[in-house]
Design a protein around this ligand. Structure first.
Ligand code: IMP
Ligand code: MG
Length: 175
């Protein structure tokens, strides 16, 4: 499996600038709680928050993952929870990919039950053609075709997270 570039780090930077401006417009005076979903969002989260020049707090939550395959198992649970209260906070969730939508739907429902003042979603990449449950994405980096993505924090079987560009995996030809 060989990674091919889908979006370069330059294109990612342009998207980050746009997202940061949109988020600043909505959250500048709200001291939001920005929650990244581990592990896939950690690079995106780190780049995004450094472009947000206003007070905010950072948290991470870890959900059960794909394991070694390329398809979600459908059973999602919180593996590592939050270390601060969500009640009354303006919460912005940061996710790497929305695919079928099951993972993010689970998390948004989980957080909504904790009674935040507001709850919105920022996503780096969206695969709308794969959706099984409807998801509202408030801030979106890229809409992408049905390809398996790696790099820029995103893995396949824990590999490729360190690649600086957003890539997709292509089978190597056998010739
Ligand atoms: P969903 O529940 O099907 O929407 O899957 C979302 C989660 O699956 C994301 O948080 C990713 O961690 C993972 N995922 C979905 N598509 C990909 C991909 O193309 N590459 C790597 N991980 C993916
Ligand atoms: Mg993920």
């Amino acid at each position: 499996m060989k990674p091919q570039i889908l979006f370069t780090r330059k294109e990612i930077e342009v998207a980050l600038g746009r997202l940061a401006a949109e988020i600043k417009r909505d959250y500048e005076c709200k001291n939001p709680l920005v929650i990244g979903i581990l592990k896939g969002s950690f690079v995106f989260m780190a780049d995004l928050i450094r472009r947000l020049d206003f007070p905010l707090e950072v948290e991470f939550i870890k959900l059960s993952s794909y394991g070694r395959g390329m398809e979600s198992t459908g059973k999602i649970k919180v593996v590592q929870g939050l270390s601060c209260p969500v009640k009354g906070r303006d919460v912005l969730v940061v996710e790497d990919i929305v695919d079928t939508g099951h993972t993010i739907t689970f998390l948004m429902d989980y957080l909504q039950r904790k009674k935040p003042a507001s709850l919105r979603l920022c996503v780096l990449t969206d695969k709308p053609s794969r959706r099984e449950v409807p998801v509202t994405i408030d801030y979106l980096g890229f809409s992408i075709p049905n390809k398996f993505i790696v790099g820029y924090g995103i893995d396949w079987d824990e590999k490729f997270r360190h690649l600086p560009d957003l890539c997709f995996l292509e089978e190597e030809s056998k010739s």
